[in-house]
Design a protein around this ligand. Structure first.
Ligand code: ADP
Ligand code: MG
Length: 340
């Protein structure tokens, strides 16, 4: 069942077309991640959904109600949508605790504030502090706790973990995901971190210059992006020239299985580095000549040459070849990508 839908939504600022005919549908209880480079329109998209801006064209609907479009416009405070803004945006004159409790009713406020502070891995004693007495990362987490406290039907997150370091960032992502799931809240997370998007969402949406270039299951987008550009945006990629025939692609890395529907003839085939294994050399296998191996702890970056082409991949240090010759094994299937 669909909770939110956008149809042909556009928004311009002067000369800038920030969003260009965006169609998007979000399921009840679904988790959507929106990724895109800086300036691609991510914040604009969330502000339109939240109701802080109105679209120039198109329609936004939630649960059968038109929020924006035609003559209708439901103001932000009547949409029942929570937004964790990019910069946190706490009320500066209220303590952290009062920020979180803002709008809460009933007698259990202190207990709930303490519980929410613990959920975002902050000491409940920080409830007394004013926003300016907190670090950027602490402010972001108070803003997150404040949004979670309200339990809206739909929660929007605009790069809410950007001021946190890697470990805490992953914890917050898991916590938010678990909470939204437990409370049946639908979520949209904006991020420029592809890994964060892939691990958070059941629907991944990629924005480029205000347009959705592809949307779908994260695994599918990672493995089968339409274009080479998108392939590289979503992670490390090997894109090789190939001749496709009979469900196989002949490449510099050897024979690669491809989907049955792949068009025959010349193609560019995408492989992810984790599909490539370099194993001790044995006769008759596609060969890799190791050019360099750079140790980085758990992984080693290996540069090699195969059939005149040069490739760089990350290998597990436990099995990375460091010199000489290796055999190439390709796992899984390759997928054709358009050159754009
Ligand atoms: P993102 O969040 O992906 O970085 P934004 O949605 O903030 O992108 O911006 C998309 C485009 O719209 C950018 O080119 C930006 O400069 C422009 N833009 C956004 N808000 C405004 C505004 N209030 N006035 C003028 N231009 C804006
Ligand atoms: Mg932004």
């Amino acid at each position: 069942m669909t909770l939110l839908s956008l149809t042909g939504v556009s928004r311009t600022y002067g000369e800038v077309l920030a969003l260009d005919r965006v169609d998007l549908s979000v399921k009840v209880g679904g988790l959507t991640a929106v990724v895109g480079a800086s300036g691609s329109g991510k914040t604009t998209l969330l502000r339109l959904i939240a109701g802080f801006e109105a679209p120039d064209a198109g329609r936004i609907e939630m649960g059968g109600t038109v929020l924006a479009g035609g003559s209708g416009f439901v103001p932000a405070h009547r949409r029942g949508i929570g937004l964790v803004a990019q910069e946190g945006a706490l009320f500066p004159h209220l303590s952290a605790g009062a920020n979180i409790a803002f709008g809460m009713e009933g007698s259990e406020q202190d207990r709930r504030v303490a519980e929410l502070l613990r959920a975002v891995e902050l000491d409940p004693a920080l409830a007394q502090r004013m926003p300016h007495e907190l670090s950027g990362g602490q402010q972001q987490r108070v803003a997150l706790a404040r949004a979670l406290a309200r339990r809206p039907r739909l929660m929007l997150f605009d790069e809410p973990f950007s001021a946190l370091d890697a470990g805490l960032r992953a914890n917050m992502r898991e916590m938010v995901k678990a909470r939204l799931g437990a409370e049946g809240i639908t979520g949209i997370l904006v991020t420029h971190d592809q890994q964060e998007a892939l691990s958070f969402a059941d629907q991944l949406v990629v924005l480029e210059d205000g347009r959705i270039v592809q949307a779908g299951d994260p695994r599918e987008l990672y493995q089968q992006p339409r274009t080479e550009r998108l392939a590289r945006f979503l992670g490390d990629a090997l894109v090789v020239d190939a001749a496709v025939a009979g469900g196989e692609a002949m490449t510099a890395l050897g024979r690669v299985r491809v989907g049955k529907a792949t068009a025959e003839g010349r193609a560019r085939i995408l492989l992810r580095p984790e599909q490539i294994r370099l194993v001790p050399w044995s006769e008759g296998q596609p060969a890799a000549e190791i050019l360099s191996a750079s140790f980085e702890g758990p992984i080693t970056v290996v540069k090699f040459r195969a059939n005149g082409a040069t490739f760089t991949i990350k290998c597990s240090s436990a099995e990375a070849p460091v010199q000489g010759r290796a055999s190439i094994i390709v796992l899984g299937t390759g997928h054709p990508v358009a050159a754009a």
